[in-house]
Structure formats: structure tokens, C-alpha cells
Design a protein around this ligand. Sequence first.
Ligand code: UGA
Length: 434
Amino acid sequence: MKIAVVGTGYVGLVTATCLAELGHAVIGLDKDRSKIVTIRSGRAPFYEPGLDDLLAANLKKGTLRFTDDEAEAIRASEVIFVCVGTPPQEDGSADMSQIEEVARTIAANLNGYKLVVEKSTVPVKTSAWIKKVMTAFKKSEHPFDVASNPEFLREGSGVEDFMNPDRVMIGVETERARDLLVRIYERFRDRVVISNIDTAELVKHASNSFLAMKISFINRIADLCERTDADVEMVARGMGLDDRIGKAFLKAGLGYGGSCFPKDVKALAKIGSELGVDMALFRMVDAINEDRIRVFVEKVRKAVWILKGKTVGVLGLAFKPETDDIREAPSIKVIDDLLKQGARLRLYDPKAADNMKGLFPEDGRAVTYVSDPYEAARGAHILLVVTEWDEIRRLDLAKVKALMVNPVLIDGRNVFDPAAVRALGFEYASIGRA
Ligand code: UGA
């Protein structure tokens, strides 16, 4: 199958590479020439385990290539996956301008039948807009279909998730579109679920919002645990053993970040309200998540009282482990808050430090980046765990303690055992544990 994938961001590049791995002839398209140059050399412009190897292998096989020539990529392909960004706007709705632009470009280059597949996360009803735009801008009478095939990849395990999906959601309204997508995903035929387009679009937003709801739910339970003798880790375990609840996404902490959950919960609340549905539940999920920063910084303040002039070590900057992505990372708001209170920060992350330097440049006074987690602890009055990288879980805490001015540890991800840490002489606080 001849496929174009528009957008070489996280979703687009994983999709293009994995579709090539499934045996299709894939052209990845991006307007950003510098990105194309990097990708052509066999390197992803971001960190994702396993992606570089698969990318290089498929480039070598010749089944995968990349270009910034929109007309050429679209004209050479029968199926076009749209993987451009739909970033959040001020009012919570998704900015759909890049999707509209792609629809116009495809319409202008219709040289035969095209199947346009929405892969980016979009609000329900987007396909109707794509159809309208394409009909208005098309320069020929060739037929086209629009379909929805949402992706469920997690950053950090995107390749693995693509190649071993729980389900492949296909939202279509014609047999031709259905047959093409079923052929593309032939290898996962037993996991293909076919629906209409609105349903497939909604499955994506509903799935992400449900997972976000589990996180906000357990975080509020953690607040409750802190006012009782309950332990949120045990509460989550006890709940999760019920198959109907499941143990995943019940990890209490600093809340969810990333380019998906915060944006998708807000966007679903917005589109639901526009359609006349009471979306208070979703707004509350978002509000609880926003409140996690206050809860965490309050613990820091309680431990050291005055932050002005204090040295704070920060362990972990990425929005979660195994990625260099800092979009909507809780660390950003924590850092911002601590800087406003006059703290001096020593920041460490195994992969995300360079990205964070764009937001908080190193100035040698208030902001210092270190390349070793122990260096974050050196001279610190307090040390914070913000992202639960394995490397951080495995720290030698006795060594950490020896480097600090005061052994105070605030664990925003519950990575350490409270009894063991306290036995070493730390003052220790975590989330929802006595
Ligand atoms: C999420 C979904 O899990 C994917 O299925 C989906 O395809 C993707 O969004 C997307 O829409 O593109 P991702 O954002 O990569 O994937 O990350 P997750 O692993 O889901 O974690 C999201 C956030 O929730 C992270 O900040 C993580 O630290 C936090 N989290 C997760 C918790 O705070 N507690 C948990 O128990 C689980």
C-alpha cells in the first residue's frame, strides 16, 4: 500500500516507521526541512526507545523515505495519515488550523482517489470539517474518503505499543475506506474494531480522559489518606485487585502531564459543553490535576519554611520517565513556583535537561543543570523527586545524604520506602502515605 504520513512529530514518525515495518511503502512528510534532514540520517529528532533502529532499518530497505515536498508525497500516495499537531488554545479547545491546512493541501493535489485518515487526536465531528474543506478546495473531481484511526501510543513505548496494539480502532463510512484500512492493519486483524467515524474519534478522547480521571481520582484519595492513617499505595493496590477497576493508572503523585492528557481532557470538556452536555466531571479531573502542584510545593514549603536563598535539588524534569518530552510536565510549574520564592535550583534529568534549558536557561545562580543525580544533591537544603526514572529509584541514598546540607527529601512519585529513608536519617515526605 502506498501511504503518506503528514507530520513527523512523535505520532507521525512512529506511525510512518511502523507502517513501513508492516511492509507498506511509506513517505513521511514535514514542512520543517531541518527535521527531514535529521530523520533521513536515521535519527529521530526526539528520544524514543527503539525508534532509531527501526527507522534506520526501514530507510535502508527503501520502504520508508522522507520529504518536504507536499505535492509529491500526496500525489504518490493512496492513503494519507494526518499526524499534525492539535495544540490547546486559551479556552481549552484544540487548535485545528494545521489539520485544516493539510486538508486544503490534499484537496489541491487530488490526482486520484485518496483516503484521508485522521491519526492526530481530534475532537468528535472533525471528519465532517475535513470533508467540507476538501470539497470546497478540491481542484478535480476525484473521489476521496475520510476515516478516523486514533493512535493509542504512549511516549517511551510507542514502537512497542504500535506493533502490539490492544485494539486498532477504525472509523469509516464507506466500504472502500474500510477495506483499505483493514488491509493496512492485516497483521492485527483480530484486534481491529470497526465503527462509524464519530465513534472512533470519541473512543480516543474518552480513553485518555478515563485514564486521566483514574489519576485524578487516586490523587484526591491520596489527599484523603494524608488526613487519616491510610496509605494510598495500599489503597490503590486493594482497589486494583478488583478486575473491574484494574491496577493501572492508579499511581498517586504530582499528576499527569504530557502533550495528551491535559489537552484531551480540556478539549473533551469543551466540545461536550458546546454540544450541550454537562461536562463538570471532566473539568474537575483537570482542576484536581492542576492542584497537584500546590499540594507538592506546600510540602516543600512546610519542610524548609523559607525558600529564599535555599538550594533545591530537582530529580527528574520530563513529564514521565523514558522520554525527553517536557510538554505540560509538572516540573515546569514546580520550578516556576520555587524560582518565584527565591530558591536556587540544581536540576537533573537523564534526557530532558536540554529541552528544559529552552524554558529555564542556565544562569549559574538560580538555575544550574547537573549531569549526575548526585550533583543535584550537592549542597542542597532539600531534594525533590519529580519524575520517577529508574536511575533515581536506584540512588544510593546514604551517598545522597552525605552530599546535602540538610537531609530533606520530598518524593513526588512515591519511589522510596518511607521507613528505609527515615532510617537513614532523612526528613521525608511523599504523597498520600502516613
Ligand atoms: C497517553 C496514553 O496513555 C496513550 O494511550 C495515548 O496514545 C497518548 O496519551 C496520546 O494520546 O498520544 P502518554 O501521554 O505518552 O500516553 O503517557 P502516559 O504513560 O499515559 O502518562 C501520562 C501522564 O500520566 C504522565 O505524566 C504520567 O506520569 C502520569 N501518570 C500515569 C500518573 O500520574 N499516574 C499513573 O498511574 C499513570
